[in-house]
Design a protein around this ligand. Structure first.
Ligand SMILES: Nc1ncnc2c1ncn2[C@@H]1O[C@H](COP(=O)(O)OP(=O)(O)O)[C@@H](O)[C@H]1O
Ligand SMILES: [Mg+2]
Length: 384
């Protein structure tokens, strides 16, 4: 049996298993079930992963985020069995891959492409040869190799660099070669381990756009690990937050961004959250201390959060009108509202002033109540 028909047999086998169990659209592509990983033996040895349960649906771009050492790479390497779990199962298209023998592993790894942070290209070979190498090793006939490599270089936009050595390429171009090489066996799953972490923001954007395009054209499942929330926001459908080897939060990206539950998630999101402009934070007096006793009017700062969970977009015009009717003046202090997966979410900070003669408690209560009918969370930051 040739290598190619073996690979086909493996796929058929998997398809057969799928049909036997759950209908295709409902079945998850990758399922981690009770995964633990300890690198050193013994009771007290540190655990790189602990009781990880995660389902990654077919055709999704699934992000795994966490700080350095959280266990992201270890988790990813379980998918193509570069690591073996200490406990638990990894199901790929319904099949547990933990017990595969050496020959089955070769076939499994062809179904799974991998892209690395530092590209891992061979410097003595050209772009074309780097992409062709896995096909040569697999023993494919030359005309087929030529056809495949040419098509992939076209897909990643590098046809004109085919004869260059990697040293003559930019970081973004090197990663395009890495992506083309990962796709040579028409994988079902693409694993990206910090694939954009060595790139500048603009190149990151271009590579993420390429990944989205590849997912759309080839319909594969992409599992992407990163320590940057901006990457998750840009390309992922779903996200899992890994902290000290455990999944602490998971869900659709817009949900997790709109209403982060775990401290680790909030801390990873912090670089994306804009704080109050300096001129306002310097003047802010916290509610517990009460307002500065100035004559005339009092100004309060309201912090409105939009999680994106609402059916419709927030009606900002109406919000300003209603607040305006209850006060002397409403001004915009800070706004960071943007659509994520088509849902408007973020934060709006407003300064609202009213006359001291109106008292304090009832105007503040009325303003808060009105704001709460528009936003998912409203907090009074204090007086200015
Ligand atoms: N081959 C290994 N041998 C021993 N410890 C390892 C090995 N690989 C990873 N670790 C440890 O497992 C933990 C998770 O590592 P890793 O999965 O690389 O995290 P991340 O990719 O999130 O930075 C770390 O404490 C790391 O030191
Ligand atoms: Mg890592």
């Amino acid at each position: 049996m040739s290598n190619l028909s073996e690979a086909q047999a493996w796929t058929n086998d998997v398809e057969h298993l799928q049909q036997a169990s759950v209908p295709a659209p409902a079945i998850a592509s990758v399922v981690f079930e009770g995964i633990s990983k300890q690198f050193a033996a013994g009771e007290g040895a540190p655990r790189a992963l602990h009781e990880v349960n995660l389902s990654i649906e077919r055709g999704k771009i699934f992000g795994i985020i966490g700080r350095s050492g959280a266990g992201k790479s270890t988790l990813l390497r379980l998918v193509n069995r570069l690591e073996t779990p200490t406990a638990g199962a990894v199901h790929i298209n319904g099949r547990d891959v933990v017990g595969l023998n050496a020959a089955e592993l070769v076939l499994l790894r062809r179904r799974i492409g991998m892209v690395f942070q530092h590209f891992n290209l061979l410097s003595a070979k050209t772009v074309w040869e780097n992409v062709a190498l896995p096909l040569k090793i697999a023993g494919l006939p030359k005309p087929q190799i030529r056809q495949k490599v040419d098509a992939l270089l076209e897909l990643v936009g590098l046809s004109d660099k085919r004869d260059s050595p990697p040293s003559r390429l930019s970081g973004g171009q090197k990663q395009r070669v890495g992506i083309a090489r990962a796709l040579v066996h028409d994988p079902d799953i693409l694993l990206c381990d910090e694939a954009t972490s060595a790139l500048d923001p603009e190149t990151t954007h271009a590579i993420l756009a390429l990944l989205k395009d590849i997912r759309r054209r080839l319909g594969l499942t992409i599992i992407l690990i990163t320590h940057e929330m901006a990457v998750i926001r840009e390309v992922c459908d779903n996200v899992a937050v890994l902290e000290a080897g455990q999944v602490v939060e998971t869900g659709e990206v817009w949900r997790v961004f709109g209403d982060p539950r775990h401290a680790a998630t909030r801390s990873l999101l912090r670089p994306l959250v804009h704080d109050l402009p300096e001129e306002w934070s310097a003047r802010l007096r916290v509610p517990e201390l009460g307002p500065v006793l100035s004559p005339g009017s009092i100004e309060i700062l309201l912090d409105l959060r939009f999680t994106g969970a609402g059916e419709r977009e927030p009606e900002l015009g109406l919000l300003f009108n209603r607040l305006g009717a209850l006060s002397q003046k409403v001004s915009l202090v800070h706004s960071a509202l943007e659509p994520i997966q088509g849902r408007m979410q973020g934060r709006l900070v407003l300064a609202v002033s009213f006359l001291r003669s109106q008292g304090l408690t009832s105007p503040v209560a009325a303003l808060l109540e009105t704001a709460r009918s528009f936003a998912d969370k409203v907090e009074m930051l204090g007086y200015v």
